[in-house]
Design a protein around this ligand. Structure first.
Ligand code: DC
Length: 194
């Protein structure tokens, strides 16, 4: 039986790092679903067609991690037909042996409501902006504005808004080192039977 770990949360909360570490620890596959939306935004043209045509080469582009790519991703992610075009791929990925970790905004609520464990990873706005600014070498105040704009759009959209599933475990990483957050997440996943 495949074991699915669903991880959601806002930008720069630490969810990607935790997802990668969990995948490594348990020997599971990992899918950063934000990358799908970033790749759709980066292709340009009609976003629905871009989502339908998405290929592995699109995900390998080296310009997907920029703040501009994040904003473009958040905009195309609000289009219902874009999201619909990406559902089957994500669900198939989630159901592979021995298990899979998916991180995003709607994994526990829409893509994998049956996941064996759901984590919702958060951190304060300021801490998230600080982390992202260090990562991108950018101005923290500017990053803070962009994160808030993006989170507000992601949480307010009609289809699959960012929110914790009712049965998600909340993990606030504001006052944790990433190592502590990973140790905590591993214990939660083991507790769920992995
Ligand atoms: O996780 P990220 O910052 O790479 O995501 C980029 C954008 O993609 C995010 O602002 C909203 C969108 N997204 C989404 O709507 N649903 C997901 N499962 C993952 C990302």
């Amino acid at each position: 039986m495949p074991f699915t770990i669903a991880i959601d949360g806002p930008a720069a909360s630490g969810k990607g790092t935790i997802a990668r570490a969990l995948a490594g620890h348990f020997g599971f596959a990992h899918l950063d679903t934000g990358l799908l939306y970033r790749a759709v935004g980066a292709r340009g043209g009609d976003p629905v067609q871009a989502a339908l045509d998405l290929s592995p080469a699109d995900l390998a582009r080296d310009d997907l991690r920029t703040a501009a790519a994040g904003q473009a991703a958040s905009r195309v992610a609000a289009i219902p037909l874009v999201r619909a075009a990406l559902v089957d791929f994500q669900r198939r990925f989630a159901r592979q042996d021995p298990g899979a970790v998916l991180d995003g905004r709607d994994i526990g609520t829409v893509i994998c409501p049956e996941a064996e464990i759901k984590l919702y990873v958060t951190a304060s706005d300021e801490i998230r902006a600080h982390r992202r600014a260090l990562e991108l070498g950018a101005d923290p105040a500017q990053i803070l504005r962009e994160l808030r704009e993006r989170d507000a759009r992601d949480a307010a959209r009609d289809v699959a808004p960012m929110r914790p599933a009712d049965d998600a475990v909340l993990l606030d990483t504001s006052r944790m080192s990433i190592d502590d957050a990973v140790v905590h997440a591993i214990a939660l996943v083991k507790g769920a039977g992995a």
